[in-house]
Design a protein around this ligand. Structure first.
Ligand code: HEC
Length: 485
């Protein structure tokens, strides 16, 4: 367990933020420049330092990653780079698993093939030998044994333009973290249970859920029966004390029984002829209605009646859904990135109503409700937080500092109804105060945050998983109100 109080450690009023590389990748794909390799070193540099735990190294690490922010002209265009961004970074970035490792050409080919096999549900239907060769070649040029990089990012002239300032107020954030009990667990979230435990889905090939006792730091694993990649995306306790989980890989739900401590699986059907293809059936996020029916997003929105074991799949209405949250009446709110809508399913009649988000193509991800029943969601591709009032059926959108570079992924509401978001590609958390519209940015203490979801516990602490960093944790604001305490 690590406690990181940024204010205490540094007492500074400004810090450089660890901007992750992908932002930059995405926005400058067509540009070419030999400085790419200098910048790569920045990332490597940052990584080593942020992982070492020594504050001096950590600050250095931030300088290195800060480079990514302004390095808009650095990396050479290539088909492999495009593929890496489009197909690989949907699950993780490259700081912890690529930039920080040296492999030769065979080594990179081998790892790309490993991903094709292990993540077949995702890569199988949109990746071929040519694309794999392009990605492996790009990785070898960038991070192979012969890649030549300068020793310090500070040697790059653009470096000074890449700093990011935080206010003194932002130094109040405190992070408490717990390491996963094994490597590469990819913990997507940490969902509080009634008894004060946290339930953690292990995404990828670990095929486990994990229970954390935050008082002792002890973590206990429970396997899922699935053979092959389960890719457990979400694990949440139901009101009756059982824990339900989604398996994105094989399109299953799982139920952990508190008495037997075993997981039973429920297989949903694929669209005929497309078995194993993620877009023909997969499960992301899980929640419950008042009768204990199990709702899941993914392809498509679905509902399982646990008594009969029967799934209702909302194909044709809500094909491609992501965030999921019930309101106080038990009705199910969800985002529909497939159509650019948010929707509400009446849990009793199963009728669905959907509303178009004003700004198009936002790829809306998480959705949450505040204590007044106002609906909040992240507009991932548009750098906005959306607000929807179900009474008036009207939207309001808030532009985030950093705009389209932010990619708000996790969204959580604190006990004062402030709306928190995590940036997928920048190592930043933000807080929107809806009363004033003010947004405060806070630094996240690692590169490649990749936070998927934020949960508030009964003490007001905001829980997250940082899959790339193989840890879960919570944050709160020291000495103040807001996120906890
Ligand atoms: C569907 C999600 C997903 C996709 C898509 C994906 N990865 Fe991964 N990747 C993972 C997970 C989960 C792990 C951790 C698996 C492990 O090491 O047990 C991982 C690990 C890795 C590793 C580290 C392997 C090691 O031996 O340490 C590399 C390198 C990697 N991925 C590269 C890629 C590349 C390149 C692509 C695109 C071709 C890609 N990944 C696409 C989920 C994904």
């Amino acid at each position: 367990m690590t406690v990181l109080s940024i204010g205490l450690l540094y007492g500074a009023t400004t810090l450089l933020v660890m901007f992750s590389a992908q932002v930059w990748f995405q926005h400058v794909r067509p540009m070419e420049d030999a400085y790419a390799f200098l910048w790569m070193l920045g990332v490597v540099y940052a990584l080593v330092r942020s992982l070492s735990g020594d504050p001096r190294w950590w600050v250095g690490g931030m300088l290195g990653l800060g480079l990514a922010m302004g390095a808009k002209q650095l990396l050479p265009a290539s088909a492999g780079k495009d593929m890496l961004f489009q197909r690989c970074f949907i699950c993780h970035g490259f700081q912890t698993r690529m930039a920080s490792v040296r492999r030769d050409a065979d080594g990179w080919q081998d790892r790309v093939q490993f991903m094709r096999d292990a993540m077949h549900f995702s890569l199988g239907w949109r990746f071929d030998d040519k694309k794999a060769a392009d990605v492996a070649s790009f990785l070898n040029t960038s991070f192979g044994n012969d890649a030549t990089l300068p020793r310090s990012p500070a040697e790059v002239p653009e470096y000074k333009n890449t700093t990011h300032k935080f206010t003194s107020e932002a130094m109040n954030i405190v992070f408490v973290e717990y390491e996963m009990p094994g490597p590469s667990r990819m913990p997507f979230s940490a969902a509080p249970s009634k008894d004060g435990y946290l339930w953690i889905p292990n995404f990828g090939i670990a095929n486990k859920i994990t229970r954390l006792d935050p008082k002792t730091g002890v973590m206990e694993d429970f396997p899922v029966p699935n053979s092959g990649t389960a890719a457990v995306h979400s694990a949440v306790e139901a009101p009756d004390g059982s824990v339900w989980l989604t398996e994105q890989g094989p399109n299953k739900l799982g139920k952990w029984d508190p008495k037997t401590q075993k997981v039973t699986e429920y297989q949903d059907a694929y669209l005929p002829g497309k078995e194993g293809n993620e877009s023909a059936g997969s499960k992301h996020t899980v929640r419950f209605d008042p009768r204990g029916n199990v709702w899941a997003t993914g392809y498509p929105l679905s509902r399982l009646d646990p008594e009969t074991g029967k799934f209702t799949d909302f194909w044709g209405v809500a094909d491609h859904t992501y965030g999921l949250e019930p309101d106080k009446d038990g009705n199910i709110w969800f985002t529909n990135p497939g159509t650019g809508q948010i929707g509400k399913a009446d849990w009793k009649t199963l009728k669905i109503k959907q509303w178009e988000v004003p700004t198009k193509d936002g790829y809306e991800r998480r959705i949450e409700l505040d204590s007044n029943g106002i609906v909040w969601f992240g507009e991932y591709q548009n750098g906005k937080i959306g607000r929807f009032d179900p009474k008036t059926e009207t939207f309001k959108e808030y532009d985030l500092p950093g705009g389209k570079d932010v990619f708000p992924y996790g969204v959580g509401i604190d006990s004062d109804n402030n709306v928190w978001y995590s940036s997928y590609y920048m190592d930043v958390l933000g807080r929107l105060d809806p009363k004033t519209g003010k947004i405060t940015e806070y630094p996240f203490p690692h590169s490649e945050n990749t936070i998927r979801e934020l949960f508030r516990d009964s003490e007001g602490r905001m829980w997250y998983g940082s899959p790339s960093n193989n840890r879960v944790g919570y944050f709160y604001l020291a000495g103040g109100k807001g996120a906890g305490k």
